[in-house]
Design a protein around this ligand. Structure first.
Ligand SMILES: [Mg+2]
Length: 226
């Protein structure tokens, strides 16, 4: 199986921490209201959720808190090695995340990532002012499909690494879906490989193995762990 592009979720996959926005709520002391809004709108109206969070909870708060959180986020062990491998083998990469675009930009410049999609907090005069939504919780597959098409890579030649229920549809779309430290049984079920926490660098062996094997082998739906 030829793999030309690897798409990554961001929170919990490239970076430690499952949910950047929840951590930002905690920093601002708005987590109780934030969780209530998420429970109401996360899967029904993501744009409404983002707008309500900004208007009711975050507008006018100091952006320095957000910027510090972006800077302090740590990569999962093995992430740098995986990107060295991708560059060595000439594979392209992308991020599709509902997390902050600014964190994806940091990863893009530090790791060398071809395309990034995320949700941008707009800052004016040092304060949070608005949000620009590029990726809705329920539309990651659609965003991934557009990246594959702009990179002119067939979904069959694309790998995706995710860790949560919101990643299921995109995992179903690609030829090589991988779950990393997954919290979702549904995601594990649709992934060809499931890696545990701390096993991120094993992605290198998976990609090498898949790229060595012929197209017939790509239909074998085995898993490394259960
Ligand atoms: Mg995630």
């Amino acid at each position: 199986m030829d793999i030309e592009l690897v798409i990554f979720d961001m929170d919990g996959v490239l970076f430690q921490g499952d949910n950047f926005w929840l951590d930002l709520h905690r920093e601002y002391g708005t987590d109780e209201e934030g969780v209530k809004l998420a429970n109401s709108y996360l899967n029904s109206d993501y744009v409404m959720l983002a707008e309500l969070v900004i208007e009711r909870l975050w507008k006018g708060r100091p952006a320095s808190v957000f910027e510090r959180l972006v800077e302090s986020r740590r990569y999962n062990p093995g992430v740098q090695e995986v990107f060295e491998f991708l560059h060595r083998r000439g594979l392209r990469s992308a991020i599709v995340s509902t997390g902050p675009y600014q964190l994806a930009e940091r990863a893009q410049s530090e790791l060398g990532i071809d395309e990034i999609r995320g949700n941008r907090l707009i800052i004016e005069s040092g304060m949070i002012s608005q949000v620009e939504i590029m990726v809705r919780e329920t539309h990651k597959a659609e965003v991934g499909r557009r990246i594959m098409s702009s990179q002119a890579v067939d979904p069959a030649r694309t790998a995706f690494v995710g860790d949560s229920y919101g990643d299921v549809a995109l995992a179903e779309l690609v030829g090589l879906p991988v779950a990393y430290n997954s919290k979702s049984a549904e995601l594990n079920d649709v992934c060809k490989y499931t890696l545990r926490n701390g096993e991120f660098a094993m992605l290198i062996g998976i990609l090498e193995n898949e790229m060595r094997s012929g197209p017939g082998n790509s239909r074998v739906r085995s898993r490394t762990t259960d």
